[in-house]
Design a protein around this ligand. Structure first.
Ligand code: GAP
Length: 439
């Protein structure tokens, strides 16, 4: 078994073929850097969110959940520094007009699109999507809004609401999962860099004195999270960013990187943001965002440690990591060796022949009604049905045959080992549970 043969093309093809992900608006020619998620992709994302939330809450007590707005007024993004600083360097080819990120190009070399070496000056391109609020568009700043490029800012501007409504005390965290938007100059590598994506972020508000220790706790917790997802930890590395790589708000940042076929790439950023954000919003809004320390009897502006990971990028990582090709019964099979808790479909139910549909449908519906994501498949040979489920990572397949009528048993087949065993029908749910809870 190996996954050395995995390529981006294979992952894209699998996602499309099996309905994990579709390019957005394809019947109109497609929208570059924007994707839709099908049934399996949606289920996988749901499993990722559940695992993330569980992991966050296992790290510290006192973590609130939050869902902020996607649109924010100009003032918010000016205060946060995004209007001024959230940009990438851009360069155009004067000949073919193709646009590139300047930091990803060697400008002494010809344009990869047309072969000419005629570049414009490098300019800064702001990545935020700007829009106008209200029916009457004017240039007044009060009508300008931006789609959020990170989920974090709505958390910062609600800081005082959390304190006053939930009586939380420092340290505490606020977690959020939701869409972010960036007008990337060159969206690429499928879900890796898109223009619309979802982030899972935790902003941990703490005192300056404990910030670095808490930063370490979060790094350890994040490592455990990736291990629990079943990722090959030999492909994961934690890399401290150099000073010149850090975002404008960041005092320290560790990137969690995964070794893709196209190199080590960031999947998560763990940043010590100091008290930059609360200080900025306090300054620009004129509202006091400091807190009173009962012990020292002093007021201070809390510091923030942030963990930020993109769901789409993590989904892509899981697919790369799980993708395997091996040979079963002289045929190459594609198998997604996802951790059972991540697998979109937990089990599939097959009647050996259509004549046996009825009793197997009854078993299937019973398990489905208990809340498990399961599939029923009656078409093609059992071998073909196994391959279909292997390709989408289903850990277990149950087959009802003629003997089942008398022995009240089914055959269960394991995705990874391809081994089969006979178990009692009334033990199916326990068997699924046991598989899901395996380390
Ligand atoms: N609040 C901090 C922040 O947004 P970031 O490093 O810019 O930090 C965090 O983004 C994570 O969001 C990245 O590690 C990545 O997983 C995801 N992400 C960022 N830009 C993305 C894009 N264009 N497409 C997909 N995911 C993206």
């Amino acid at each position: 078994m190996n996954n050395s043969t995995v390529t981006l093309d294979k992952i894209v093809a699998l996602c499309k073929r099996k309905g994990f992900v579709y390019q957005s608006s394809t019947i109109y020619g497609g929208l570059n850097g924007v994707y839709d998620f099908g049934h399996l992709g949606t289920l996988l994302k749901k499993n990722i969110r559940t695992a993330w939330l569980k992991s966050i809450n296992a790290t510290f007590d006192d973590i609130l959940e939050f869902e902020g707005s996607l649109l924010g007024p100009h003032d918010v993004w000016q205060a946060s520094g995004h209007v001024e600083n959230f940009s990438d360097p851009m360069v155009d080819c004067l000949n073919c007009k193709h646009r590139f990120r300047a930091d990803e190009m060697d400008l002494t070399k010809p344009c990869p699109n047309c072969g000419q070496t005629k570049w414009t000056e490098i300019r800064q391109f702001n990545l935020m999507f700007k829009t106008q609020i209200g029916a009457i568009a004017n240039d007044d700043k009060s009508s300008i809004a931006y789609l959020r490029p990170e989920t974090a800012q709505p958390i910062f501007i609600n800081f005082k609401n959390f304190i006053s409504t939930y009586r939380v005390k420092i340290p505490f965290g606020v977690s959020q999962m939701g869409k972010s938007f960036r007008n990337e100059i060159t969206p690429k590598q499928f879900l890796f860099r898109t223009r619309e994506f979802e982030q899972m972020e935790i902003e941990w508000f703490c005192k300056e004195e404990t910030a670095l220790q808490d930063f370490q706790t979060w790094c350890d917790s994040r490592r455990q999270f990736y291990s629990n997802l079943g990722l090959n930890m030999e492909k994961i590395r934690f890399r401290e960013q150099d000073e010149d790589e850090r975002a404008h708000y960041s005092k320290r940042c560790t990137d969690v990187e995964y070794e893709f076929p196209f190199g080590y790439k960031e999947i998560e950023g763990i940043a010590y943001r100091g008290n930059y954000d609360l200080t900025q919003h306090s300054k620009f809004s004129g509202k006091d965002l400091s807190v009173f320390d009962e012990e020292t009897k002093q007021t201070y502006t809390p510091h923030v440690v942030e963990c930020s990971v993109g769901i789409d990028r993590l989904l892509l990582t899981l697919l790369f990591d799980a993708y395997h090709e091996d040979v079963v019964e002289d045929e190459v099979r594609i198998v997604l060796k996802l951790h059972p808790q991540m697998a979109p479909i937990k089990a599939a139910f097959f009647p050996l022949v259509k004549k046996l549909n009825e009793p197997m449908l009854k078993i299937f519906k019973d398990i489905k009604r208990k809340g498990y994501e399961v599939e029923f498949d009656e078409s093609a040979s059992i071998g073909k049905r196994y391959r279909r489920q292997d390709e989408i990572g289903t850990p277990l397949c149950f087959t009802y045959d003629f003997d089942s009528e008398t022995d009240n048993c089914v055959t269960v087949r394991n995705r990874d080992t391809t081994l089969q065993e006979r178990i009692r029908i009334d033990a199916i749910e326990d068997y699924i549970k046991k598989t899901l809870n395996k380390e």
